[in-house]
Ligand binder design. Sequence first.
Ligand SMILES: [Zn+2]
Length: 408
Amino acid sequence: MAASLAPRFRLSRVGSQTCRCFFVLGLAGESAANHIALSRLQPSRMLRVTESGLYCDLGDFFVDPWRPVHRAVVTHAHSDHLTWGCGNYLVTDRGLGVTRERLGAWSDRAEGMPFGEVRQINGVGVSFHPAGHILGSAQVRLEHRGEVWVASGDYKTDPDPTCDAWEPVRCHTFITESTFGLPIYRWPAPRAVFDGINAWWRENAAAGRASMLLGYGLGKAQRLIAGLDPSIGPILLHGAVDRMTALYRQAGVALPPTEYSRAARGAATGAMVVAPPSVDGSAWARKFGAHSTAFASGWMLVRGARRRRNVDRGFTLSDHVDWPQLLQAIDATGAQRVLVTHGFTGPVVRWLREQGLSADALATRYEGERDDAPDATADAAPAVASRDGEGVVDGDGDRDGDAEAGAA
Ligand SMILES: [Zn+2]
């Protein structure tokens, strides 16, 4: 990876000493005329952090605001990127269903736009490009007078049959997350992880136990379901997972047969139960009798995180890029300027600068994959329900564990 990055980064380092718009110098295929045009711009003004979120002065809109604003362009429906109460929301049409579900009373303010289509907002060309994170998740590309920024939200490059695959978007400035931005984070192959999950399920079924697999209700849960082998037994879903899974199917995502857990509680022996992390140890979980519990998260790579969770098994599966994927993704954008948000910003910025790239931390309020952060209970429903004094109760009276769907 370092070898592939080095040549262009060396070029940008030369440029940084000579030109204010140095970050365009290393872009393959850029003409000299284009460099001159870009040098007249104020490149740092396309997006900036305000109290309400990432703001585009030129277009007068926000990207993934964390407070209610008049116009929001939203990368995906996790609650740290999708805030309630905005005047209107522009999202991908693939993500419109889950976005509307999460918006509740504000659902009619959301508008969908296909991947790749360009919408002019006050002279700024806005388009969505797949981020590979969850259903409908997008990178937002902004173009103004030839200058291109990409705000990538959360993203991953590992294969995931439940969403459109991440695509590199050439840009001058790339805003990237850094949730797992340390060299220790390297994901095992997803196929091997799913083989392990199915083997664990098979063992439990043979021993007459149910299996309870915990993962965020929006995105992670559906990815888990897609990898399960339905020949082992029935797949039962918590209410919050069931609701989101139905929206995935409506969007055309193929998933194995599942049942809403309430209807099948008496037949849980040997079943796989997929539920949000907030149910762990709850009265709801105890209704399934003897069962083995596993947790699926990128944090499961670290033994301490697994111990804190106190589950029987941990499976390393994340909807974010690991360290090599992060560097490869940045490289693929061709960006010579990288703004690093939520996660291990310091190490990532330092590493990029050591390669000669222009890199800075961007202080946002996004949370990445917080499902096994030290405050592991933060994903429980009341934490989000209390945000606006409103909770969501699902069909069988369970507090909406998917309020946790906040950040997976
Ligand atoms: Zn997310």
